[in-house]
Design a protein around this ligand. Structure first.
Ligand code: NOJ
Length: 527
């Protein structure tokens, strides 16, 4: 009897060891989890001066300051998606995605930025793209603004003039009017932190302004108000008839203290307050407004710098109320994590005034994290971030609107495959632990113009031959792996497809000799 029990227990523990292992490998996405890929207008469309389009501020930089782009390139043609969008949608079909996140170029719709003239060719182009997506069963998620501001509006102050809130609202209204019958998922603006930091703080993105302590904050403030304006316009004028959802895209890094010293822990909290809560808190918290820690810190630093007002201009209560709750869902862009520490080496390290000086930490990414370009792989960061958002912001609906890894050209992109699998695994785990994540978009469908890095960093699951006038697109290994995950809803680390075998030429090379042998055999038989 005892022996029998021991045997049963032994076999049960054996079975449970196996089944744990199987569970781990076959952890799957919920049945209603949605998958997609993302792109952005300036990075893929090309046709910079075709179809009645006006200049964006990036078109201006490409002409006036080409040295701002690492390889001196520009996006005049980029992936030529203005002409090749049907091929893009074919690729989406090949992958088997549910959703596609694209952006609309503001100057293609309103060449001068204001709605007194709406460009019919721009409307026709996006109508064609949206219709083609829907005809293929793919749901469009449309970003209204992914950094290509009409140059005309840039010359009038761009994101650092308060008037942009009206300009953006008027533009959003035009989009709802023309596309809202079919587009049900809107994203107002992409990545306030990155846009304001690199565009208005560090001067490496259009409009190349360098005011990290003042304009950086003004830009973020206006973006939050512009988002709220577009949201309220939808609510008041379109929601009842169109029944869609309006969110925005916020980029976030996960942050870890380098040691458990009080300084490092506080440094990590401060970094998170500036990078995550600065944009989340005004919209997703119950109290609204910028996080108090950021308000206090910038006010104190400004006073110490002899200024008689904070560089972070306060919101009026009316504005705080106006911004609260102005997103039906969060679009989360996440790529990397950082360690931070705070010690005497921070003193004198950064420009004064600047947001870096205000945060007052040093950041660090360990060489042990796999990296390429500016992306460092640390997948637990995504899990922790999703849990943080769940706990701090009452578990909002989240779509991961970007996540991805850069690589050199080449079809065997094992670094990207590993990165995607590990990060998607973090998503599965976070969902299992209660995070309200509804979907995942890989950045990016294909190689494209990576802003100040030009074409030196490739983020595509499809390789694009930028030297080929046809801009031929070819699936990398990551495309095949992603396709299999979407099909099976499981992240199978042992799946190892050969991207070359999937090529049409390879198929010819493989089957031609077989066919020839068959013909010879047949011929011999008949003779
Ligand atoms: C964020 C941006 O939204 C996108 O435009 C960019 O290409 C990727 N991250 C990669 O840097």
């Amino acid at each position: 009897m005892e022996v029998k029990k021991i045997l049963i227990l032994f076999s049960l523990s054996f079975i449970s060891a196996i089944s744990n292992e199987i569970d781990e490998n076959l952890k799957s996405f919920p049945a209603d989890f949605e998958f997609g890929t993302s792109t952005a207008s300036y990075q893929i469309e090309g046709a910079w001066n075709e179809g009645g389009k006006g200049w964006s501020m990036w078109d201006y930089v490409a002409r006036a300051r080409p040295e701002a782009i690492r390889d001196g390139s520009n996006a005049d043609i980029a992936c030529n998606s203005y002409h090749l969008y049907k091929r893009d949608i074919e690729m989406l079909k090949e992958l088997g995605v549910d959703n596609y996140r694209l952006s609309i170029a503001w100057p293609r719709i309103l060449p001068y930025g204001r709605p007194d003239y709406v460009n019919p060719e721009g409307i026709a182009y996006y109508n064609a793209v949206i219709d083609e997506l829907l005809a293929n069963g793919i749901t469009p998620f449309v970003t209204m603004y992914h950094w290509d501001l009409p140059q005309n509006l840039n010359e009038q102050g761009g994101w650092i003039t308060d008037e942009i809130v009206d300009w953006f609202g008027d533009y959003a209204r035009v989009l709802y009017q023309h596309f809202g019958d079919r587009v049900k998922n809107w994203l107002t603006l992409n990545e306030p932190y990155v846009h304001c930091f690199f565009g208005y703080g560090r001067g490496s993105h259009a409009p190349l302004r360098t005011s990290p302590g003042v304009e950086f904050y003004e830009c973020g403030r206006n973006i939050l108000l512009a988002n709220a304006r577009a949201y309220h316009i939808y609510d008041e004028e379109f929601r009842a008839a169109q029944g869609g959802k309006v969110g925005l895209v916020i980029s976030m890094e996960w942050v870890l203290p380098l040691t458990d010293s009080d300084d490092d822990v506080q440094g990590a909290l401060d970094y998170a307050a500036y990078h995550i809560d600065h944009y989340m808190h005004p919209i997703f918290s119950e109290e609204g407004n910028f996080p108090q820690i950021v308000i206090d810190r910038v006010a104190e630093a400004s006073a110490n710098q002899g200024l008689n007002a904070s560089r972070l201009r306060p919101f009026a209560q009316e504005q705080i109320d106006y911004m609260k709750g102005t997103a039906d869902f969060l679009g989360l862009n996440h790529y990397s994590s950082k360690y931070v520490y705070r010690n005497s080496s921070v003193e004198g390290r950064y420009d004064v005034p600047s947001v870096e000086d205000d945060i007052h930490v040093v950041t660090y990414q360990p060489p042990s994290w796999p990296s390429h370009g500016f992306i460092y792989e640390y997948a637990p960061g995504l899990y922790n971030l999703l849990m943080y958002l769940k706990d701090q912001y009452n578990n909002p609906v989240v779509y991961i609107t970007e996540n991805g890894f850069s690589s050199d050209t080449g079809l065997v992109d094992d670094g990207r495959v590993q990165y995607m699998r590990n990060y998607m695994r973090s998503v599965v785990d976070a969902v299992a632990d209660g995070a309200n994540v509804k979907g995942y978009f890989a950045w990016s469908l294909m190689d494209n113009f990576e802003w100040s890095f030009g074409y030196t960093l490739r983020f595509g699951m499809y390789q694009v031959d930028m030297d080929d006038p046809d801009r031929t697109r070819t699936p990398r290994k990551s495309a095949l792996v992603y396709k299999e995950i979407l099909r099976s809803r499981v992240i199978d680390y042992s799946y190892d497809p050969d991207p070359y075998a999937a090529l049409p030429d390879a198929a010819v090379a493989y089957y031609a000799p077989v066919m020839l042998n068959l013909i010879v055999l047949l011929f011999n038989l008949l003779m």
